[in-house]
Design a protein around this ligand. Structure first.
Ligand code: SF4
Length: 308
């Protein structure tokens, strides 16, 4: 399904109102694509993130992803004719300052010398390089997204509440819809791709539930290597995926009742912050704190989750 990124003519959709997400019910437990993928990959990782809510030190690559996502979101605030690479590059420094202002200690977590560290300019340039790649893949002057950073929240027939944010939704004048997700991570493609497709099917199913329409295309834009993955879901497949999510949630609830969240050692352990307390690596986890009293917490996605 991967293919080389060849710039293609893209439709210029008329601006249309963003779809209204269902009214949120913040007290009900919900499943997000990141946490569902965590559980599928490693139940213990799900527990550490969603139940113990152990802190994770962000990596430079994750924060760079957050920064690039922020630029690509703000870019569409500009008049169409002004959305060029120069304008995008000019946003990097101010958005980095904004991010640091909102997250005290972030710069010091990433760089020994904090915001003044001599490595910061080179790191910001690496964010600019990802944005340069974006402009080789799409021409944002020809796009008018229906929504950016859209919260989608919907209930499946089983009663399971889905909640997640998608990067961009394009709606063409004829009603065709495209879900777009930007990927900036450094994980190997074969590891990241399955997780990314899972995430995209999650959004497609949520949109199908909300609007009774199967998105025409799911598009993953890999800014680290300049490739685009396009995928056309069909309703049968999304309904099968719905059953998969229901099964995952039942497994989460069963593990939550007993505390039996098993580790699943694999390649993603290389990116896991919790190896030192993971029994698969000789560590000892903290005592199981029990199913969260605040069910909303178990679904929460951070901006770092979404940066990918
Ligand atoms: S180190 Fe690996 S097995 Fe252990 S919790 Fe993390 S991802 Fe799971």
């Amino acid at each position: 399904m991967s293919e080389s990124a060849v710039p293609e003519p893209v439709p210029v959709p008329e601006p249309v109102p963003a779809p209204d997400p269902a009214p949120p019910d913040r007290r009900r437990p919900a499943l997000s694509p990141s946490r569902a993928a965590d559980f599928k990959q490693c139940p213990l990782l799900y527990r550490f993130r969603a139940i113990d809510r152990l802190p994770e030190r962000p990596s430079r690559a994750q924060v760079r992803g957050t920064l690039v996502h922020a630029v690509l979101e703000r870019l569409f605030d500009l008049p169409a004719g002004d959305r060029d690479a120069q304008a995008a590059r000019a946003m990097v420094g101010p958005l980095w300052s904004e991010l640091c202002g909102r997250t005290p200690g972030l710069a010091a977590d990433l760089f020994d010398g904090g915001a003044e560290d001599p490595e910061v300019p080179g790191w910001l340039e690496s964010a600019e390089a990802l944005l340069e790649t974006y402009f080789r893949l799409e021409d944002p002057r020809r796009l008018e997204p229906a929504a950016r950073e859209l919260l989608v929240e919907t209930e499946l027939g089983s009663g399971l509440l889905l909640r997640g944010y998608l990067d961009r939704l394009d709606v063409a004048p004829d009603g065709r819809t495209r879900v777009v997700d930007y990927k900036t991570g450094a994980a190997p493609r074969q590891v990241a791709e399955a997780r990314a497709l899972f995430q995209m099917k999650f959004y497609a199913l949520a949109l199908l539930q909300l609007h009774d329409v199967v998105p025409t295309e799911l598009r993953l834009i890999y800014l680290s290597d300049g490739e685009t993955l396009r995928y056309q879901p069909d309703e049968h497949e999304l309904r099968r995926f719905e059953r998969t999510l229901d099964a995952i949630w039942l497994a989460v609830l069963a593990a939550g009742a007993t505390g039996d969240f098993r580790p699943n050692r694999g390649r993603m352990c290389d990116w896991c912050s919790h190896r030192s307390i993971c029994p698969a690596w000789g560590g000892t986890p903290p005592p199981y704190p029990g199913w969260p009293r605040d069910p909303e917490a178990s679904a929460e996605e951070s901006v770092l989750d979404r940066a990918g």
